[in-house]
Each structure stands twice: as structure tokens, then as C-alpha cells.
Design a protein around this ligand. Structure first.
Ligand code: GCO
Ligand code: MG
Length: 402
């Protein structure tokens, strides 16, 4: 099966997505998600200008060889732009192979390992009451796990507080919005949120929280310890994890489970954390970590150290990525939990998906490949709009991690 055409499609049905389309002489078309939120066009250019010309004429079934020729052949390795571009090619090739062999991608990854993929929803509120009401809504819809983020006394807008409905969208057109963050009120407020949540929602539901890289290791240890009575499913990104050894301090002081890695791109970004068992859940996802080929390697390493998979699944990645993540999570042995934020309706007008939610799980269809198709004509109705994620500052104006 030879590649005859490869091109990117940039559209903005609710938010910006970069999609890779690869066509073959067998009349089949494969899709990959190449979206890197806030830096979308850099990946589109990496693909259009440097990668796609190399694919024409290649045998689309040689997934492993193409992966290594793009990774090693670039000389410049790793990094989000490179790995997102390679990931998009890789996923499109798995999609094509499934279509060629008339089987869903999870079958190519080892076959079904579970009934469905358990997901967590995002309950956000500008107040603790609002977040708990939102969580109740998810529980009523059958979710078994919910992430809680809320405004706190003395801190109106920590990370994750959106419109208070099902759709959380932090990116803003043209220029980033500035938000304020202070660790003091945050560290005092989050335990109050979870104390109330357990009192009002009970103990059946799994609760999660995302600290979004904002704490120092000592602060993270303090928060993890303070949250122990409420038995979180995980505390996410407590610290920026570039310095992986800093997690030792956090780990030493708390048994609250830790999830890290949505911004990681390669196995090298995570190998110390995994090897030293400094985390419980690895958040790397298909699109940003070199595709299914590379994500499988990360998951296999993680399995040796009791670390479970927890693919990042925000709405700033397209349904092509979520579809690929669901095939991966259906087949991988050491599955943990899957994030599910729900794309806005416009996104589903462009991306027609075969997956569905039932009993707090997402299920992939048995259609060949990924089971996600892209309507190029409809995509043309949603042109690209430059947009940025927010920037956070301390009260005195110092730039902080968002
Ligand atoms: C999450 C994430 C996202 C990121 C976003 C940045 O856990 O879902 O932290 O909400 O902020 O993907 O692009
Ligand atoms: Mg996160």
C-alpha cells in the first residue's frame, strides 16, 4: 500500500485542530492529530515543509521503519513539535493498517483487554458549591470518577475554573488572558474543597485534582499529605516535572497517588519517574508522545514498575487523538483511567466519531481503523484563529507557571 498524498488540514470548530490526512493507492485514507495547543502552525509547517514530501511513495504498512526514519533521520530529536508531527504520521499509518486489514486498531495493538475505558469528567466551579454541584451532575450521568477544580477563598481563579458547564475552554483569541495564582490560599483551600466533596458526594466516586505544575516540591508534599484523608484517585502535576528527582521529596512525604506527564513527549522524559516509582499514573498521550508506536513503549516500561496509563484527553486535542487513545486504552494491560472532557458540538460536525459513553466508560466501535472520519468540507466553515492559553502571575506581578 503506497502513500500517494499527505496533507494537513487546519480548522477551528470550537478550537484549533491540525489534522494530518494520508492517502494511498488502495483508495484508503488515514488520519492523525497534529494539534499542539497554542503552537499549532509550527507542527503544520514541520509536517508540510519537512516530513510529508518524504512520505510520498513509501509503503504505508512499514510503521516502525517510518517512525525511526522520521525520528533518527531528523538528527534533531525529541521536543513537542517534532514528536507531535511524528505522532500524527504514526497514528495515520495505524488507522490505514486497520482499514487495510479490515480490523479496529485495538486488534492490532494486542486485542481487547477490557469491556470499556473508564473515564473521568471535569467538574469545575467558581466556588466550592459550584464544583460540587457540577460533580453531582457527572455522577448522575454515570461517571465513576470526577476531577474537581474550584475557586477558593482568597483565590478566585486557580487553574481549571471555566464556564461552569460541561465545556472548559481556557484559550483566548489573539492574546493570552492573565490569571492570578498564590500558593498560600491554594494550599489552604484545596483540602476544604475535598473535605466538602467527601461529605456531600460520599466515598463511592473517585475524586481527582490537577495542580497544573504550580507548586514547589515542598508545597506539593504538604498538599498531598493534607489530602490523604479524602483518598484521591490522583493528584496531577503537583510540580513542573522537568527536574524528575524533585518528585522524591513529594513521594517521601505523601501516599496520595500522583499523575504526571501530559507535557512529556518521549520515554526519556519519564524514565526516571517511572524507574524510581515516583508516580502512579503516566499522563503521556498519543498525539504528543510520538504516536501509538512510542506510547506503547512508555506503557510497557511503566508496567514493569506498577505505573498505569492515564492518557491526557483534553478538548484541545481533536477526536482523532481521543479515538486513538481509546484504542490504546482498550488494549493496553496496565490501564489506569482516561480523561474525557467532551468536545463541543461543532467539533463533532467535522470529526465524526464512532466511540460512545455508557456507564462511565467510553467504548470504541468495531469499524476498521480508528473509527473517526473527517469532513473536510465542513472543516472549511471553521477557519483557524490564533489563540493562546492563559498566563499566570503572582499577586506582585511575577510570572508563574500556568
Ligand atoms: C488536563 C490539562 C489541560 C491542559 C491543556 C493545555 O489535565 O486536561 O491540564 O486542561 O491545561 O491541555 O493545553
Ligand atoms: Mg492536567
Amino acid at each position: 500500500m503506497r502513500i500517494t498524498d499527505a496533507r494537513t488540514l487546519v480548522c477551528s470548530p470550537g478550537r484549533n485542530f491540525v489534522t494530518l490526512l494520508i492517502e494511498t493507492d488502495r483508495g484508503l485514507r488515514g488520519y492523525g492529530d497534529a494539534t499542539l495547543n497554542g503552537r499549532e502552525l509550527a507542527v503544520a509547517s514541520y509536517l508540510d515543509d519537512h516530513v510529508l514530501p518524504l512520505l510520498i511513495g513509501r509503503d504505508a504498512t512499514e510503521i516502525e521503519d517510518i517512525w525511526h526514519s522520521l525520528y533518527k533521520g531528523a538528527y534533531w530529536r525529541r521536543g513537542p513539535v517534532t514528536m507531535t508531527a511524528i505522532g500524527a504520521v504514526d497514528v495515520a499509518l495505524w488507522d490505514l493498517k486497520g482499514k487495510l486489514l479490515d480490523t479496529p486498531v485495538y486488534n492490532l495493538l494486542g486485542g481487547r483487554a477490557r469491556r470499556g475505558v473508564t473515564v473521568y469528567g471535569h467538574a469545575n466551579g467558581s466556588t466550592i458549591d459550584g464544583a460540587i454541584a457540577a460533580a453531582r451532575g457527572y455522577i448522575d450521568m454515570g461517571y465513576r470518577a470526577v476531577r474537581l477544580q474550584s475557586g477558593l477563598p482568597g483565590l478566585e481563579q486557580p487553574y481549571g475554573v471555566g464556564r461552569g458547564d460541561l465545556y472548559y475552554e481556557p484559550a483566548a483569541p489573539d492574546h493570552p488572558i492573565e490569571e492570578t495564582f498564590e500558593p498560600g490560599p491554594y494550599l489552604r483551600g484545596v483540602p476544604q474543597l475535598f473535605e466538602r466533596a467527601r461529605a456531600e458526594l460520599g466515598w463511592e466516586v473517585e475524586l481527582l485534582h490537577d495542580a497544573h505544575h504550580r507548586l514547589t516540591p515542598r508545597e506539593a508534599a504538604q498538599l498531598g499529605k493534607a489530602l490523604e484523608p479524602y483518598q484521591l484517585f490522583w493528584l496531577e502535576d503537583p510540580v513542573p516535572a522537568e527536574a524528575q528527582e524533585s518528585l522524591r521529596l513529594v513521594r517521601h512525604h505523601t501516599v496520595t497517588p500522583i499523575a504526571i506527564g501530559e507535557v512529556f513527549n518521549t520515554i526519556q522524559d519519564a524514565h526516571q519517574l517511572i524507574g524510581e516509582q515516583l508516580l502512579d499514573y503516566i499522563r503521556t498521550t498519543v498525539a504528543h508522545a510520538g504516536g501509538l508506536t512510542h506510547l506503547q513503549r512508555i506503557a510497557h516500561l511503566a508496567e514493569l514498575y506498577h505505573v498505569r496509563t492515564a492518557c491526557h484527553g483534553p478538548t484541545d486535542l481533536s477526536p482523532v487523538n481521543l479515538g486513538a487513545a481509546l484504542h490504546f486504552q482498550t488494549a493496553v494491560h496496565n490501564f489506569g483511567l482516561q480523561e474525557y472532557m467532551r468536545h463541543p458540538e461543532e467539533a463533532h460536525e467535522v470529526f465524526r466519531v464512532g466511540y460512545w459513553l455508557e456507564e462511565g466508560m467510553l467504548h470504541v466501535s468495531d469499524s476498521p481503523g480508528l473509527g473517526v472520519e473527517v469532513d473536510e468540507e465542513r472543516a472549511a466553515d471553521f477557519p483557524y484563529q490564533r489563540a493562546y492559553l492563559p498566563v499566570a502571575r503572582r499577586w506582585d506581578g511575577t510570572v508563574h507557571s500556568w
